[in-house]
Design a protein around this ligand. Sequence first.
Ligand SMILES: Nc1ncnc2c1ncn2[C@@H]1O[C@H](COP(=O)(O)OP(=O)(O)OP(=O)(O)O)[C@@H](O)[C@H]1O
Length: 291
Amino acid sequence: MTTPAIHASGLRKSFRATDGTTVVAVDDVDLTIEPGEIVAFLGPNGAGKTTTVDMLLGLTAPDAGTIEVYGTSPAEAVRAGRVSAVMQTGGLLNDFTVAETVRAIAALHGRPDRVGLVLERTGLTGLANRRVEACSGGEQQRLKFALALVPDPDLVILDEPTTGMDVGARQEFWQTMRADAALGRTIVFATHYLAEADEFAERTVLMNRGRIVHDAATSDVRAAYGGRTLTFRPPAEVVGADGIDAAWLARVRDALAPLGISDLEVSAASLEAAFLALTQENDDDLIGAAR
Ligand SMILES: Nc1ncnc2c1ncn2[C@@H]1O[C@H](COP(=O)(O)OP(=O)(O)OP(=O)(O)O)[C@@H](O)[C@H]1O
């Protein structure tokens, strides 16, 4: 049996808020991730994604529960170079160039041989001599990803890596990630963006209020909860500038009526519908935050 990349059981973490109340950030989370999986942690603000990621990386100690990363403690796995992270904020020195940054981290890891390769993998070779402060937000995140790849880790954990990027930069970032994941690395990422889970992750772990409310193949999440909506493509000749020809739609409704179908709506099934359904079951109040 292979050792799981991550095996966490009964994880709990609470914080004391400034008003003296206790916030349960992570509440009894069990999670096993096998080597080679690509997993999205999806959830609204405050769901507990970052706290979970911090515990997986050994940055925060759980109040209760156990975590093993490749059969050892998270801190040991990080020290051994088996796990790397791309965090939301900070971590880069503005005065360094891209290449100097990668060289400095490679020296720390004793892997100067990896500099050229990781620059190339992350599409940064052409920007090697650009100062960090002159790089766009997307380029800086790619640089962080390059740094994470220096020790050639088995597992990369990314905490909302594309926050603040425009659509183009996000796509570029994920293209880089996708190319790397194809080489067999295990990837776990936290995101607010449903589209990112949908496009990139084979498995989606949906968190809300510190708990895992759903954990399944991303396609199953959609099928189970968003799949109630019927969609189809009408023939081109009935679609005009104002939408679908009303008479044609009426014929469709008449044809479906004998099948017991009513209130037919033409709208795309989406992971968003699944997400809203799942978090609604868990807590109505947080739906606004998820949008
Ligand atoms: N250091 C801390 N002190 C007090 N409360 C905290 C601390 N860290 C997290 N929390 C609280 O724990 C809960 C979970 O936060 P966490 O950052 O893990 O959620 P998240 O899903 O990553 O949210 P976001 O998407 O907004 O980053 C929130 O209510 C947050 O306010």
